[in-house]
Ligand binder design. Structure first.
Ligand SMILES: Nc1ncnc2c1ncn2[C@@H]1O[C@H](COP(=O)(O)OP(=O)(O)OP(=O)(O)O)[C@@H](O)[C@H]1O
Length: 593
């Protein structure tokens, strides 16, 4: 199965239009700081391309030293000129490449950083509408594509244009009749060869897909050989394999015919065209040396025209990539600012009110998730949200974190509307201990310090102790430096939760949000987690999404949700006494197990 996060989504190939070109020009904003280097690179490119243009002419002279007076002297002179041109071209090409690579590396690093820092500040709504794979490929493959454009494609484009225009001018001066004859046939053949080549490559891709499909049959059946045998399905699998391999062979043979045609085309078309030009030149009485440089120019021009066809495709792709990036950059960011200090006026006491909140997710406007939800949480209270799956508990938490804004109604913090408090200031005073604890691939220390990046060693240790995590961390040979995540050790569910608790302890939030883990921990682990949570909840407002009702008996208030509405509110004792109440029913169901 394809992994969502690594799937590369190719950029669509748009047509070259004025608006898309205008978007591409916005890229040059990133090149601006390196304009000097870029311009110098351009100059070198011009010189080396022009030098390259002198090459066929000089080769002609080398064959025909007579044109330069004394035979030996002329030969040496032509040879020397050629060597000079070659060396100059080599030197200029070197500097041109280095300059262009420098400019594009710096430009694209800046672009990458800009896109990423913009992307991560976009509102949740944006992430609901896109797949992670799509976004990662925007930042990885699209920008890599642009890198190629800046380092090679652009330079190639200019070089090829100089060769085509300069070459044609030189040829016209030599003989306009022969030039017209050559231009009428050779470039067309070259461009046809490029498209023919592409067409054939499509076939090899199809063959590869079929071969891969056939290999899947082998792999699956050998891995699950017991199933094949137990079902006596050998014949069925043989038929499946035969069908796929035959299909691969069929496409392969079809492509073989085109390959054959391609070779014939090259022989007849391109070499034929060259022969015709030579024949025509000789019959026009043009001398061998001139004819040689004429043919060389023609080959150069033909090659460059074919190259331009490739460049066009690659520019098209880059323009597509740029459009995608610009689209992301045009999305409005959330108002996220670095929070270094919270002014006393902005410090929350921890009182929360939901006032007539109605909500639907931006991606599903037809599906109302919360309907007229109102409740209050007092400072330092512990409030539990309970209700069947899908009732809207996590949605309430998302609104509290202002990941989304309600469609109707208001969320108030200490009586002030959320919209009047700076988003970063608000979020920096809340912490979440989620159900699925997300650990970054790094050390335990880094993962705990995520709650407060500038935490000291002592603070980290104290947080780990308070979270009942110190004991197990100390027992790892590397302690806090133990690597966790994909390439490190795997922590148990309870251990991960305690790391998340330590994070929250470090953050020391006014409002704590707990999403209880649904999967059961073993009783010892559960006791340690619960004890750490109880300590963490002390002295702050806590909202707990509870799945196991046994943990919330002491809550100051229990809010029971069903289908996006509050159906009951009260303490455990009050709610358990409601005949036919949802809370009572849910607890009876849980305790009867
Ligand atoms: N990002 C989203 N986009 C669209 N609909 C969503 C999104 N997230 C949740 N929902 C829908 O909102 C409803 C409430 O979901 P929510 O996660 O708030 O429920 P919950 O009470 O927390 O459930 P659970 O106990 O299973 O976690 C569900 O019907 C869910 O399908």
């Amino acid at each position: 199965m394809q992994n969502e996060t690594t799937a590369v989504v190719p950029a669509p190939k748009p047509n070259l239009t004025w608006t898309s070109l205008k978007k591409t020009f916005r890229l040059f904003r990133y090149v601006k700081p390196y304009w000097g280097e870029f311009a110098l690179g351009m100059v070198f490119l011009l010189i080396s391309s022009l030098a390259g243009l002198a090459f066929p002419r000089l080769l002609g002279d080398l064959v025909d030293p007579k044109s330069m007076g004394d035979l030996l002297h002329g030969l040496n002179k032509a040879g020397l000129m050629l060597v000079t041109v070659l060396v100059a071209q080599a030197i200029f090409s070197f500097f041109r490449t280095v300059l262009f690579v420098n400019v594009s590396e710096k430009t694209l690093a800046a672009l990458r950083q800009h896109v990423y820092s913009h992307m991560i500040k976009l509102p949740m709504r944006f992430f609901l509408e896109r797949r992670v794979g799509e976004l990662t490929s925007r930042i990885s493959s699209d920008i890599t594509l642009l890198q190629d454009t800046f380092t090679t494609t652009l330079a190639e484009f200019i070089r090829q244009m100089i060769i085509v225009i300069g070459g044609v001018v030189i040829l016209l001066i030599t003989s306009w009749q022969l030039t017209a004859f050559m231009l009428a046939i050779l470039p067309i053949m070259m461009v046809a060869a490029v498209f023919f080549g592409k067409f054939i490559r499509r076939f090899s891709k199809q063959v590869q897909t079929q071969v891969a499909a056939a290999n899947t049959v082998v792999e699956e059946t050998l891995q699950g050989i017991i199933n094949v045998k137990a079902f006596a399905n050998e014949q069925f699998e043989i038929a499946r394999y035969r069908q796929r391999t035959n299909e691969a062979a069929r496409i392969g043979m079809k492509s073989g015919k085109f390959r054959g045609a391609f070779s014939s085309f090259i022989i007849l078309g391109i070499f034929g065209a060259l022969v015709s030009v030579i024949w025509r030149g000789v019959s026009m009485g043009i001398g061998t040396p001139q004819l040689l440089s004429f043919i060389l120019y023609s080959v150069f021009i033909g090659g460059s025209i074919a190259g331009l066809a490739e460049i066009y495709t690659s520019l098209q792709k880059s323009i597509g990539a740029t459009e995608n990036l610009m689209e992301i950059l045009d999305e409005p960011e959330e108002a996220i600012t670095p929070v270094t200090h919270i002014a006393p006026a902005d410090q929350l006491d921890g009182q929360i009110s939901f006032r007539n909140i109605s909500f639907h997710y931006p991606s599903r406007p037809d599906l109302t998730i919360l309907k007229d939800v109102s409740f209050d949480v007092d400072e330092d209270q512990k409030v539990a949200l309970v209700g069947p799956s899908g009732a809207g508990k996590s949605t309430i938490v998302s609104l509290l974190l202002r990941l989304y804004d309600p469609i109707d109604g208001r969320v108030l913090y200490d009586g002030k509307p959320g919209t009047s408090i700076q988003l970063s200031v608000l979020r920096s005073q809340m912490a979440v201990v989620p159900q699925d604890v997300f650990l970054f691939g790094g050390t335990i220390r880094e993962n705990i310090a995520y709650g407060k990046p500038d935490a000291t060693e002592d603070e980290i240790e104290a947080a780990a102790r308070k979270a009942n995590a110190w004991e197990f961390i100390r027992n790892f040979p590397l302690g806090l430096e133990t690597i966790v995540g994909e390439r490190g050790i795997q922590l148990s569910g309870g251990q991960r939760q305690r790391i998340a608790i330590a994070r929250a302890v470090l953050k020391n939030p006014r409002i704590l949000i707990l999403d209880e883990a649904t999967s059961a921990l073993d009783s010892e682990s559960e006791r340690l987690v619960q004890d750490a949570l109880d300590k963490l909840m002390e002295g702050r407002t806590s909202i707990v999404i509870a799945h196991r009702l046994s943990t919330i008996r002491q809550a100051d208030k229990i809010i029971v949700l069903d289908k996006g509405q509050i159906v009951e509110q009260g303490t455990h004792t009050e709610l358990i006494g409601v005949d036919g109440g949802l809370y009572r029913m849910l607890s009876e169901m849980q305790f009867s197990h």
